[in-house]
Ligand binder design. Structure first.
Ligand code: ACO
Length: 427
């Protein structure tokens, strides 16, 4: 690859530097393009545009590769805890045993919420969607933790990051408790990050809550699989919000709002609903036929991905995890059999093979979360909980980047050109 790209526009030729990353496609630096040509580039949906430089996460969609700080997601899911992955994303290296102990201690000591926030919850309707509550409560954290909103101070940035990672399970569990009318459960410092979340969600003051180790491990793994995913829509939203200097709590609230959309965080719920609708393996061919029918808008939910055109490495881990959870909880839900057979039939069908459609992370995650006992409305809230570390790591990286500027895209304007104003009496 040459280190300069020549772009010719009319009689002007612009030399644009070509930048190479560690791995992955080269990038043409067009920052001076407008100054040199007076033209903008056009790329709705950012399909060909790198919006930033990042050292956090790398995806090769053709090869089915997902790396965090260089480590394969399969290795992290197999050998690490979510806390280790959080440390890795925030600090760049896997922690030593001592570093992990200190980090775990720090996060554990930030899990409680300001007591007045409990009152804040009571302002919501009982049937409020947990994501609506999370947008509100996370945004409101900036009203409670003033001592960590100076974004120019790296120490305050780190405290805000720890607070967000630590408090998110408490906030999500309280959103759930509020919706079912049960009392809020305070965190228990003896438990792990994920064990604590399970207890705060499913425990009640009237009895002891026993964390089932296989469920704790499965959920921890689900958190690892969702921890970061490069410059996706919600992460880009967090970066864009943060580029104006907004405080971290406001930025993460913006990320949660973006994640809520069905094209982003809502797909596992849709996949589970589809599997339940199919109901039994005999009906699978009917649904495969519908997915292939051009005149039918139906799609196999949990299949296909904008980036992964080989397989989604997270789906492989998920499939294994479903079995572990079902065995541990002695669940005998026909939905798993439907999922397994649907996957097998689709992977052997020419339509899905030719279009490179494979199960994505959402295909199995809804099945697992439902077996654990989460209602579907909590699925996206769990995604937000897990993705918080990715959001804060990306936000920190952006603030510390000397090339950082306020995000301000251009546009192709197609509205009316300047026209004379007509007073209301003459319209
Ligand atoms: N079932 C049937 N056909 C499909 C499916 C599917 N799930 N996904 C894509 N196709 C077909 C399309 O009809 C299209 O066919 P055509 O070329 O004949 O028109 C072709 O495959 C390409 O599809 P696009 O929508 O152009 O691919 P894109 O990369 O834009 O979309 C997406 C990716 C949105 C994920 C898509 O595969 C989809 O809708 N999947 C189902 C929803 C889903 O599972 N989303 C979760 C994504 S993972 C996440 O967000 C964490």
């Amino acid at each position: 690859m040459t280190d300069t790209a020549k772009i010719t526009l009319g009689d002007k030729t612009v030399d644009s530097p070509v930048l190479s990353g560690t791995v992955g496609p080269d990038v043409v630096d067009i920052r001076k393009f407008y100054a040199q040509t007076g033209a903008f580039t056009y790329d709705p949906g950012f399909t060909s545009t790198a919006s930033c430089e990042s050292k956090l996460t790398y995806i090769d969609g053709d090869e089915g590769v997902l790396l965090h700080r260089g480590y394969a997601i399969g290795d992290l899911a197999e050998h690490s805890s979510f806390m280790e992955v959080c440390y890795l994303l925030l600090n760049g290296e896997l922690p030593t045993a001592d570093e992990l102990k200190t980090f775990d201690y720090t996060i554990t000591r930030h899990t409680m919420l300001h007591e007045q926030l409990a009152t804040f919850y009571r302002g919501f309707r009982r049937d409020a969607h947990p994501m609506a509550i999370m947008c509100g409560v996370v945004g409101a954290l900036s009203a409670f933790y003033h001592d960590s909103t100076d974004i120019q101070d790296p120490h305050q940035r780190m405290i805000a990051s720890h607070r967000l990672i630590a408090k998110m399970p408490t906030i999500a569990a309280m959103a759930y408790k509020y919706s079912v009318g049960q009392p809020f459960i305070y965190p228990d410092n003896k438990l792990s990050y994920t064990g604590n979340f399970l207890r705060m969600t499913f425990g009640v003051p009237a009895e002891e809550y026993e964390v089932v180790p296989a469920v704790e491990r499965a959920l921890d793994r689900i958190f690892i699989l969702h921890a970061d995913h490069e410059q996706n829509a919600s992460t880009s939203t967090v970066r864009l919000a943060g580029s104006s200097g907004a405080n971290p709590f406001a930025c993460i609230a913006a990320g949660i709002a973006c994640l809520w959309g069905p094209a982003h965080g809502g797909a596992n719920e849709a996949a589970l609903n589809m599997l339940r609708e199919i109901g039994r393996p005999e009906r699978i061919p009917e649904y495969i036929a519908r997915a292939k029918d051009k005149d039918d808008p139906f799609r196999l939910m949990g299949f296909g991905h904008r980036v992964y055109k080989n397989y989604d490495p997270r789906a492989t881990v998920m499939q294994k995890t479903v079995r572990e959870v079902f065995d541990a909880l002695k669940v005998n839900d026909p939905v798993f059999e439907v999922a397994l057979q649907l996957e097998e039939m689709a992977l052997n069908d020419d339509y899905f093979v030719e279009k490179k459609l494979f199960p994505n992370v959402d295909f199995y995650s809804g099945v697992i979360l439902s077996a654990i006992g989460f209602p579907t409305t909590m699925f996206t809230a769990l995604f937000a909980l897990a993705r918080t570390v990715g959001w804060v790591a990306q936000w920190n990286e952006m603030i510390s980047d000397p090339a950082q500027k306020i995000g301000r895209p251009r546009q192709l304007y197609t509205g009316p050109a300047h026209r004379p104003y007509v007073p209301v009496s003459q319209r």
